[in-house]
Design a protein around this ligand. Structure first.
Ligand code: AMP
Ligand code: MG
Length: 345
């Protein structure tokens, strides 16, 4: 990408990810942003009436607040905190919504051969990315023994139990996507047919084509490419989202459940899917799997597309995605082949 071109792209880029919308038929886009689930959430609706827009946006935020109360590990009273406090010693009952989310998250554990592990909690709680704290090898080795999605045992009727004391669930890899799906649901229930909900890069769009910039993993105000999506979700997991660098090594928040250390093979993974929860979980899982196995998984799943930037800066994209994405990678022209895109950041 030439510098001039990059400047043009930057001019239409806002913060991490961008959505560019054009108004038609006398309709306007109304947008509000709020801090929820530890991230900035933007809700955009396209409609004629500001009153309807404000009401719909408010209910969408309320719904995401509700999801945060259900799934947060930082709120002591949440069902997930209750499970984490008790399920090592006794069976815990949860409502059907939480049960379904746990079931779905365990399903992504199976689908990714354990790369996505909802039981990653004992390891994630060792790290402090704000303070730049690195756990010791012994601490990591000890906690690693407590991480296995197969030991989160669900029994129909809403019962949850851990296979061992000390285990802990962390739904940080899927919760934002799930919240986005629920927010879209309530927007639709409020009569909104064109909307975008963006939870820090995990987003879903409905009703028309939205143009969405994919964050460049190493240049803050730059995009890798622009996706055109309609009635789909997209999520990105990146090693630039929560991280610190110590002695030249980047430590970030996506942990490889096989080693206990931050996953090493990718800079970012972007997944396009019908639902945001799926895109979110697969982005995290494929990040851990790495470019080869991650892209194999993406290709094997109908309706799922993806872009993987390897730790060497190689950009891979699945075949259908090439049709809906304009890349700005340096050697993009050379990189496009019949079945896949290969470029460099
Ligand atoms: P994301 O930004 O969606 O990739 O999610 C990253 C978050 O998911 C982390 O902050 C953790 O809360 C959690 N997480 C980290 N590693 C994993 C993993 N291997 N499987 C599932 N969740 C993870
Ligand atoms: Mg995720």
């Amino acid at each position: 990408m030439t510098l001039g071109y990059k400047k043009v792209i930057q001019a239409i880029t806002i913060s991490l990810l961008i959505a560019i919308f054009l108004n038609g038929c006398g309709q306007r886009a109304f947008q509000q942003s709020r801090l929820l689930m530890g991230t900035l959430i933007e809700v955009t609706v396209v409609c004629r009436d500001q009153v309807q827009a404000n009401k719909a946006i408010e209910t969408a935020f309320q719904e995401m607040g509700r999801v945060e109360h259900l799934l947060s590990i930082y709120q002591n009273e949440s069902p997930i905190s209750m499970i984490n406090n008790l399920a090592g010693d006794q069976t815990v009952m949860v409502d059907s919504e939480v049960f379904q989310i746990l079931k779905e998250a365990i399903g992504y554990g199976k689908l990714t051969s354990g790369a996505f592990d909802l039981g990653i909690g004992p390891l994630t709680s060792l790290w402090d990315f704000g303070q730049g704290h690195i756990p010791s090898k012994d601490e990591i080795a000890a906690k690693l023994l407590l991480v296995d999605y197969r030991d989160v045992i669900l029994n129909e009727g809403g019962e949850v139990r851990f296979g061992a004391a000390g285990m802990a669930i962390d739904l940080g890899g899927i919760a934002k996507g799930y919240a986005v799906d629920r927010a879209i649901e309530v927007l639709e229930a409020n009569g909104v047919s064109r909307a975008m909900v963006n939870a820090g890069g995990d987003m879903r769009v409905i009703g028309r084509i939205w143009r969405i910039g994919i964050q460049h993993p190493r240049e803050a105000n730059s995009v890798l490419g622009i996706l055109r999506l309609k009635d789909e979700a997209v999520a990105t997991s990146g090693d630039y989202q929560r991280y610190f660098i110590k002695d030249g090594v980047r430590y970030h928040h996506i942990i490889d459940p096989r080693t206990g250390w931050p996953a090493t093979d990718c800079m970012s993974v972007t997944i396009v899917a019908k639902e945001a929860a799926m895109a979110d979980a697969l982005a995290t899982g494929c990040f851990v799997l790495g470019p080869k196995l991650g892209m194999e998984l993406i290709r094997s799943l109908p309706g799922v597309e993806g872009i993987i930037v390897s730790s060497e800066g190689k950009v891979l994209a699945s075949s259908e995605l090439i049709k809906s994405c304009r890349f700005f990678s340096r050697d993009s022209d050379k990189g496009i082949t019949e079945s896949e895109y290969q470029g460099r950041i």
